[in-house]
Every structure is written in structure tokens, then in C-alpha cells.
Design a protein around this ligand. Structure first.
Ligand code: FAD
Length: 631
């Protein structure tokens, strides 16, 4: 029989980005024995790559900011498809989560009077992103890790061991969740280096595995983002929502080919950078949609005045929400006004003195110098859309972060969860989301374990099945090559389920995904269990495929364009679709898709919007209800 190392925990957190670390801290503070597991090295997660900042309505730079303005911006950004309760909790709790980070040792950039500085970002009415240059995620991760070390030192003093209450398992991939009936009982996986198997028995699991970008060829995501958490949740009986909504960040590098997709932070535009086409024209002015017309400048002069005097001018259209900017760039390129490498130009050189560019955007300066041989203080950058963030994810209870569906004891926070950002996430709202809902997930995982009458048990048969599934690619000979399969999957998703979608192509994508599913079930990896990336990818492919199917199915079903889902054949938003979430679940190994009505916004929240704005989103019946409230 195969050797399996066993561990027992109260709470197991899968993922060591911001959401996972914040959840683990909270579970440990609640006295739970907690494990943190990460597929990559500890400290290397998407969170560490986050550049621009964390959005929180602290009102440090403009005192008019408050949670209600942030809530409104978030709902607008998501085109009113957000789970309103999540957007409400997020807007209310983000400032406290940021201030709390300072008690863990975070050092944010300051305003002149010594408060945490806040910068402008797309879709945010006031300067709102707490930041550390363009390396905010690094500070977030550093601080959360520091807090974990301090808790481990307390535990050492009390119990004699650093690991007694909180332990990190790095380079460990979870491939299966194990259940006892409907209750979570454990997580099974392997150590990447040795290929040895490991079982974590635990009554509560927090998924914090991040995104899905590796199913696309051009992406800002790194290798480990294969939708594992999404797939683990589905197989455990949880549901996914909003999977048709993917954020294509407008500005990824487009040249040289080896770095295509790597992110160029939105801070470049927040700090004054402008987008130009091959005619040298600032084209974004032509792309302001009606719903945003009132908030955005109509002339370059007004837009430029806004940086110094935001109270008396409207913002530049370069700072529209990301979906709008990505579509605009896509269109400029399609109509033949693109840059030589197939993007557009992003110019900060003519907008800020060289020293200021280096001070505000040190990583971008370095990145372009090293990777493209471009000095951004002298020349424009070439940029184009890149698959960046998945709005869709595990459907959760907004207050407790508990996964919905049939499973109990499963929680999800951060990018792997869905609902918070609706059809489109505003920049900066992810880092704050991680902290707000990471904390809530850890807290409620602890509450859940306390209420359990007995510990669920892992069944031997389930464990055997997990081992067999994991070993299958190694025991199978002459099957499909995992790298070829990944490339084929990326081609299907990029070409047929990309930024602009069409019915025929989406239908074709489902046929192609069904073929790929057959081929993936016949994948084989050469070599043995010791550090074998081909084997690891072979295991991940199963997850990428089921998650891609959810995206393609939902994209075909949603006959409108909204946020991160653009249908050429249904080019506008349709109010009746705003009331619908598309919910994916598994029926055997088939993806099932259902319509589910969105929860209704509470009266005091909907009254934060004016009627003219609501009329752009709501159905006539909903507007009549709103009018009745006002009377
Ligand atoms: P991540 O930080 O992505 O961490 C996921 C963790 O799960 C990792 O530790 C990974 O190893 C682990 N994992 C995954 N699968 C498994 C498995 N099967 N078994 C075990 N472990 C697993 N957002 C902002 O708000 N502001 C920004 O300025 C910003 N800039 C960004 C820049 C870049 C380049 C990128 C890629 C994203 C940026 N984002 C930004 C988005 C934001 O960084 C992410 O959405 C966020 O960090 C996700 O955090 P998370 O905790 O959910 O997951």
C-alpha cells in the first residue's frame, strides 16, 4: 500500500495568499489548531504581486470618502450584479482591516500630515487605495507572515513548540477534499518535491486558492492558478457563481513574446499615464458609455486638471472600470490603430518628470528595463488586455463565508469566492476583500468546529480513490502529453471564450472542451513521483477543464454584455439579466447550470443611489418598487 503521512487539525486553510493568511490568523486567535497549505513557496502568491494598493474608505486624502461612497462605487463597478451584502460588509470593514495591519507592523506610504496615503484608481470616486509604492502586496504578505511568526513565538513560549497551533506546509498541493456524508473531513494532497502523499484530517476547511488564469494563454497569473479551489469546491458539492465574468486587465505587456501578459499596474494611469493609439490620439474619450458619462471628463484639458483639482473637474476616461478600457483597446487594435506589437501605447514619460516616475512606479520602471529594454521615463509602453482575475467563484454566505450547496464545513475567501465583485472588480478591491472575508472565513470556520457534536471521519475507500486518481497519470503509458493539453485548452479559452464572445464560438468551445475532457482522462506523465512538474500539471488539468466548462457554459447562457462578459451578439446590458446569477454545480461529472435570483438590496442601501442612475440598471418593476419606497 501507498504510504500516507497524516496530520490532524481543527482548521485547514488551503492557500497562503492574503485571504488564506488572514483566515489562518483568525482561526488561531480563536484557539484553533490551524494548518496553512500552499502549492508554491511560502510567500509566493498572487497577493505578493499586487501593485496598486488596497481600497478602503478611510477618507485620509479626501474627507468626503466613506463606506457609502465605496459601496456605491463597488456596485457600479460590478454593474449591480454584486452580492450587495458582501459589498456592504467590504466597504464597512475594509478601513479597520487596514488599520489593523498597522498593528501587525505594516508601513504604508504617508500623507504630509502622517496619515496612510491613498491613491486614485479606476472606478473609485475618491483617492482610496492604501499603498506602498507599487509594491503593496509585498507589504501585505510580509506583515501577515510577521503576525504568524509572532503568534508562533507565543505558542512556543506556552507549549514549547512553534508549530503547536499554526503550521505552514509549503510546496504542498491539495488534490481532493474528503467528506463524511455532507461534512468536510479532510484534505488530501502531495508534497511537490518528494511526491509523497499527505492527509490533513480536519472538520473545517477554508479555500483561499486564488484564481484560474492559467487556462488562458495571455494572462497575468502565474503557474499555480489552475482553478484548484473552484474545482475542489464543486466536487465537494458546493456551487460556483458568476463564472462567465473574467477580468481582462487592460494593460498587460505585449512585447517581447516571452513576457506577454505580465501586468502593467493601473497605478500608471492613476498617476497620470494616458493611452494613445498609433495616430497619437488619446482615444478613451470616445469610449465613455452612457452609464458613466456624468462622472468622466469630455476634454483632455478637463481630464488633466482633475489630477490637481478633483473636486471641480471630472476624472479622465483612462480611469474607467477595467472592462471598459480593455474593450476600447481591443477595438482600437482591431480597427488597425494598434502599436507595432499589437497593443496600444501607455505614456507616462511625457506626463511626469523622470524622477517622479521612478519614485512612484519603481517596479514598472525596473520591469520594462529588464524585460523589454524600454525606459518608461523616456518612451511609451506597449500594452494590451491580459486575463487577470476571475470574478466568479464559490458561492458563499456573505456573513460567514461558508460555501453554499450541499457541503458543510467548507469556507471560501479571496479570489476563489464569488459574488463580492459582481460582473467586474474594481482595482484595489481585491486586497481589501482578502482581509475582510479572510478574517470572516477564519472566524466562522472556528465557530463551526465548536458547534460540531462529533468529528467527521475520513473513509479509507475515499482515501484510496484519491490516491488512485493522483497516481493515474504516472501509471498510464503512452497517453496524452499534459503540456500539449494545456496549450490546447488555452487556445480554446483564448480564441472562443475570450474578451469578445459570440454564440457560435461558445457552442464550439463546449464541443472542444468535451473532446479535451476525453483526452485529459487519458493524460500520462513520464518519470516518477519526485519533483515532476509534468505529473503535477496532469493532475491540475482536471481542475482547469471543469472550471473552463463552467465559464463557457455560463458565457453561452448569459445573453447580454455586462462587466467581464461581452457578447457581440448581445452588445448591451439587459435589466432582466441583472436579477440572475448563473450557478454551476456538478451532477456526477457533468456541469449543471441553473438560474438563481439575486438577493434584493435592503431599502436603506438602494436609497443610496439616485433614481436616474438606477434606471440604467433596474427593470421597470424594480423601479416602481423603488418609487414606492421613496414615497
Ligand atoms: P492568492 O494570493 O492568489 O494565493 C493563492 C494561494 O493558494 C497560493 O498560496 C497558492 O499556492 C495556493 N494554492 C492554489 N491552489 C492550491 C492547491 N491545490 N493546494 C494548495 N495550495 C494551493 N488586487 C488589488 O486589490 N490590488 C492590486 O494592486 C492588485 N495587483 C495585482 C497584480 C498582479 C500581477 C496580479 C496577478 C493580481 C493583482 N491583484 C490586485 C489581484 C490580487 O492580487 C489577487 O486577486 C489576490 O491577491 C488573490 O488573493 P488570494 O489570497 O485569494 O489568493
Amino acid at each position: 500500500t501507498t504510504r500516507i503521512e497524516r496530520h490532524h487539525y481543527d482548521v485547514v486553510v488551503i492557500g497562503a495568499g492574503g485571504a488564506g493568511l488572514r483566515a489562518a490568523i483568525e482561526a488561531r486567535l480563536a484557539g484553533k489548531k490551524t494548518a496553512i497549505i500552499s502549492k508554491s513557496l511560502f510567500g509566493k502568491a498572487h497577493t505578493v504581486m499586487a501593485e496598486g494598493g488596497a481600497a478602503a474608505a478611510m477618507g485620509n486624502v479626501n474627507s468626503r470618502d466613506n463606506w457609502m461612497v465605496h459601496f456605491r462605487d463597488t456596485m457600479r463597478g460590478g454593474k449591480f450584479l454584486n452580492n450587495f451584502r458582501m459589498a456592504e460588509l467590504h466597504a464597512k470593514e475594509a478601513p479597520n482591516r487596514i488599520w489593523e495591519l498597522e498593528t501587525y507592523g505594516a508601513l504604508f506610504d504617508r500623507t504630509k500630515d502622517g496619515k496612510i496615503s491613498q491613491r486614485n484608481f479606476g472606478g473609485h470616486e475618491y483617492p482610496r487605495l492604501a499603498h506602498v509604492g507599487d509594491r503593496t502586496g509585498l507589504e501585505l504578505i510580509r506583515t501577515l507572515q510577521q503576525k504568524i511568526v509572532s503568534l508562533q513565538q507565543e505558542d512556543k513560549a506556552e507549549t514549547g513548540s512553534y508549530d503547536s497551533r499554526i503550521r505552514v506546509f509549503a510546496e504542498t498541493t491539495i488534490t481532493e477534499l474528503l467528506l463524511d456524508g455532507d461534512k468536510v473531513a479532510g484534505a488530501f494532497g502531495y508534497y511537490r518535491e518528494s511526491g509523497e502523499f499527505v492527509l490533513f484530517e480536519a472538520p473545517a476547511i477554508v479555500l483561499a486558492t486564488g484564481g484560474v488564469g492559467r487556462s488562458y494563454k495571455v494572462t497575468s497569473n502565474s503557474w499555480e492558478y489552475t482553478g484548484d479551489g473552484h474545482a475542489l469546491a464543486l466536487r465537494a458539492g458546493a456551487t460556483l457563481i458568476n463564472m462567465e465574468f473574467l477580468q481582462f486587465h487592460p494593460t498587460g505587456m505585449v512585447w517581447p513574446p516571452s513576457v506577454k501578459g505580465i501586468l502593467v499596474t493601473e497605478s500608471v494611469r492613476g498617476d497620470g499615464g494616458v493611452l494613445k493609439n498609433s495616430d497619437g490620439k488619446r482615444f478613451m474619450f470616445q469610449y465613455v458609455p452612457d452609464v458613466f458619462r456624468k462622472q468622466y471628463a469630455e476634454t483632455e484639458e478637463e481630464a488633466d486638471r482633475w489630477y490637481a483639482d478633483p473636486d471641480n473637474n471630472r476624472r479622465p476616461p483612462e480611469l474607467l472600470p477595467r472592462d471598459e478600457v480593455a474593450r476600447a483597446i481591443n477595438n482600437e487594435v482591431k480597427e488597425g490603430r494598434g502599436s507595432p506589437a499589437g497593443g496600444v501605447f501607455l505614456d507616462i514619460a511625457s506626463r511626469l518628470p523622470a524622477e517622479e516616475v521612478k519614485r512612484r512606479l519603481p517596479s514598472m520602471h525596473h520591469q520594462f528595463k529588464e524585460l523589454a529594454g524600454v525606459d518608461i521615463t523616456k518612451e511609451p509602453m506597449e500594452v494590451g488586455p491580459t486575463c487577470h482575475y476571475v470574478m466568479g467563484g464559490v458561492e458563499v454566505d456573505p456573513d460567514t463565508a461558508a460555501a453554499l450547496g450541499t457541503v458543510q464545513g467548507l469556507f471560501a475567501a479571496g479570489e476563489v469566492s464569488g459574488g463580492m465583485h459582481g460582473s467586474n472588480r474594481l482595482g484595489g478591491n481585491s486586497l481589501s476583500d482578502l482581509l475582510v472575508f479572510g478574517k470572516r472565513a477564519g472566524e466562522h470556520a472556528a465557530v463551526y468546529t465548536d458547534a460540531l457534536p462529533a468529528r467527521p471521519r475520513v473513509a479509507q475507500a475515499d482515501l484510496d480513490a484519491a490516491v488512485e486518481t493522483a497516481l493515474a497519470p504516472l501509471t498510464r503509458e503512452g497517453g496524452e502529453n499534459p503540456y500539449t493539453l494545456q496549450q490546447d485548452l488555452q487556445a480554446v479559452m483564448g480564441d472562443l471564450v475570450g474578451i469578445i464572445r459570440r454564440k457560435g464560438e461558445l457552442e464550439e468551445s463546449l464541443v472542444r472542451l468535451a473532446e479535451l475532457r476525453e483526452r485529459v482522462s487519458n493524460v500520462s506523465a513520464a518519470g516518477g513521483r519526485r519533483y515532476n512538474p509534468g505529473w503535477h500539471l496532469a493532475i491540475d488539468l482536471r481542475n482547469m477543464l471543469v472550471v473552463s466548462e463552467c465559464t463557457a457554459k455560463a458565457a453561452l447562457e448569459r445573453e447580454e454584455s455586462r462587466g467581464g462578459h461581452t457578447r457581440e451578439d448581445f452588445p448591451s446590458m439587459r435589466p432582466e439579466w441583472r436579477q440572475v446569477n448563473l450557478v454551476c454545480s456538478l451532477d456526477g461529472d457533468k456541469v449543471r447550470l441553473e438560474h438563481k435570483p439575486l438577493p434584493k438590496m435592503r431599502p436603506e442601501l438602494i436609497k443610496l443611489f439616485d433614481r436616474t442612475e438606477l434606471s440604467k440598471y433596474l427593470t421597470d418593476e424594480e423601479l416602481a418598487e423603488f418609487d414606492a419606497l421613496a414615497e
